[in-house]
Design a protein. Structure first.
Length: 543
């Protein structure tokens, strides 16, 4: 972590020096200065390198540096003297906390993924097969997403950073420090190495060639000592001896070590398989290519949840999204954000089904995407940190248009919430039912307290005033809003934003953005963001 700090020293006193001095207040002031719009220092080496490589959103590198700086406070060199700790700034109990106790607490750090690059282009070739709602215009999507996140005091004002939120993008987390620090470079190469697959295809191979990890023997080599089976199904004897080195991991490593940072990131996001066929001429091998792109990574909500305890990695229902979880784990590890657990089979958990509503209550939706087994794991492994868990069951609907809880519900703060009108009421054929679990203060185990409580009735009993959303407005993502804290809402739907503002119990503000090119991929503001740090209410007056 110390090497990461070298890319942050932009002011008259470097953060590295401040760390060794143990002057935490001065260190925090230095970090705050980086975010001051009128006093931004010249770009760091990492940011300059990223700009030279075509990574345009340099502000995210400053945000990365701030988060890495904070994370380093818990990871000093072994020989360093213990650093003083304070409970504010999400430093609690002597370590950095990535926590989210309530959707209405002040957001500090949000992770997003830009809708650009080859992975999204490939997804756009067949929207339905890529889990998109409709065709997508990539240039328009990039513009809408830039406005959603972009830096303050630019020609195009951005929503998230206008509210003081540190916005980290997946691409820039991956690229951060790679050109300056060999450790970061090797880690990225290892990730690309695990993603890129070489395999051999041949007309003499029985079975289908091209599946990742397939292994069949060639007809001419069955029983032969030379019949070493290669990934994809061909035996070694079909490849000229001079060409065999080009199938080995050592050659793949050589290729990867010569790649630019941008190339490495593209490989990670498109998951390529190179099928090599012996040609007997020219270079001896002919290549064809297949890809498994991470076309849905723009929705960074789903791969994990952030609870009162910390970050819990999920398990996505769609097979084509499985690799997203490990990629996000890599990002959190690089940022120094602890992961406290991971959902395992047979559990499925997607972040759009989770809502934190304070230290007393969290909510998990189960149905089309997440399941009860995941909710049980959250309770049994004490990953929630709340006294109660409300499991919101979608027993009767289970429709793609309402795949997650955040498609039909959202918490606005101030005891207000949005809810799809069609799911409300005991007689609704689309109703949601709540099973409430309470944690025993003695044993620490959760036990079922109530079952099959109609969702709207449950929320009303919790003191919430429900703003009903019509079915047409729900299809326009009216419920999928992002709460940046203290009822500062980001919405993609103007009519429902007016409805929120006019509600007598809502005391916040709503900002409406054009997100139509992002919603074409089946999600809106809440789906496209993962808040990994909010200021807990009990610490808010100390920050």
């Amino acid at each position: 972590m110390d090497s990461m700090l070298e890319s942050i020293g932009q002011g008259p006193v470097s953060p590295k020096a401040l760390l060794s001095s143990g002057d935490l207040p001065q260190l925090e002031a230095a970090a705050a200065a980086l975010a001051t719009a009128g006093a931004v220092a010249p770009p760091s080496p990492a940011a300059a390198a990223a700009a030279a490589a075509g990574m345009r959103h340099v502000r995210s590198f400053v945000d990365c540096e701030e988060v890495l700086l904070q994370a380093s406070l818990e990871d000093p060199k072994p020989t360093a003297a213990p650093q003083p700790r304070r409970a504010d700034g999400l430093l609690e109990g002597g370590e950095l906390r990535a926590v989210q106790e309530d959707e209405d607490e002040m957001a500090q750090v949000v992770i997003v993924c830009e809708p650009e690059g080859s992975s999204l282009m490939m997804g756009g070739l067949h929207p339905r097969g890529s889990l998109f709602e409709r065709p997508v215009n990539i240039e328009s999507a990039k513009a809408h997403h830039t406005n959603f996140r972009q830096a303050r005091r630019r020609t195009t004002r951005g929503v998230l950073r206008d509210h003081g939120v540190r916005v980290l993008t997946v691409r820039e987390i991956l690229a951060h420090g790679v050109d300056e620090h060999m450790g970061a470079r090797v880690a990225l190469e290892d990730l690309a190495m695990a993603t890129l697959t070489y395999q051999v295809g041949s007309p003499g191979v029985e079975g289908v060639v091209g599946s990742r990890g397939a292994a069949v023997r060639c007809r001419g080599c069955v029983g032969d000592d030379e019949a070493a089976v290669l990934p994809g199904g061909c035996s070694l004897c079909e490849v000229a001896e001079a060409d065999r080195r080009y199938l080995a991991d050592s050659y793949k490593r050589e290729v990867i070590e010569h790649m630019s940072v941008t190339q490495l990131i593209d490989i990670i996001l498109i998951n390529p398989t190179v099928t090599l066929t012996p040609s007997g001429r020219d270079t001896g091998l002919t290549a064809s290519y297949t890809f498994e792109p991470m076309s849905n990574l723009v929705y960074t909500r789903d791969q994990q949840i952030t609870t009162c305890r910390g970050i819990v990695m999920g398990r996505l229902r769609s097979q084509q999204r499985f690799r997203e979880v490990e990629l996000m784990r890599f990002c959190f590890d690089k940022l120094g954000l602890p992961i406290i657990g991971q959902i395992e089979a047979p559990g499925f958990l997607e972040g759009g089904d989770f809502f934190p509503l304070g230290r007393d209550l969290a909510m998990v939706g189960v149905g089309l995407r997440s399941n009860v087994e995941a909710a049980q794991q959250l309770m049994e492994r004490d990953l929630l940190g709340t006294r109660r868990l409300a499991v919101v069951r979608d027993d009767y609907d289970r429709h793609q248009d309402r795949m997650h809880l955040d498609c039909v519900f959202s918490a606005l703060g101030g005891s207000c919430c949005l809810m799809l009108e069609e799911i409300m009421g005991e007689s609704s054929p689309m109703r949601r039912l709540v099973d409430e679990y309470c944690r025993d203060p003695v044993t620490g185990r959760y036990r079922l307290a109530r079952t099959a409580v109609e969702f709207a009735s449950f929320m009303a009993a919790e003191g919430y005033s429900i703003i009903p959303i019509s079915a047409p407005h729900q299809l326009a993502y009216a419920c999928n809003v992002l709460n940046l804290g203290r009822s500062r809402i980001v919405s993609v739907h103007a009519p429902s934003a007016r409805q929120i503002i006019n509600h007598p119990r809502f005391k916040g503000d709503v900002r409406v953005i054009d997100f139509s090119s992002i919603t074409s991929m089946y999600g809106a503001a809440h789906c496209a963001s993962q808040v990994v740090m909010r200021v807990p209410a009990h610490l808010a007056n100390r920050v």
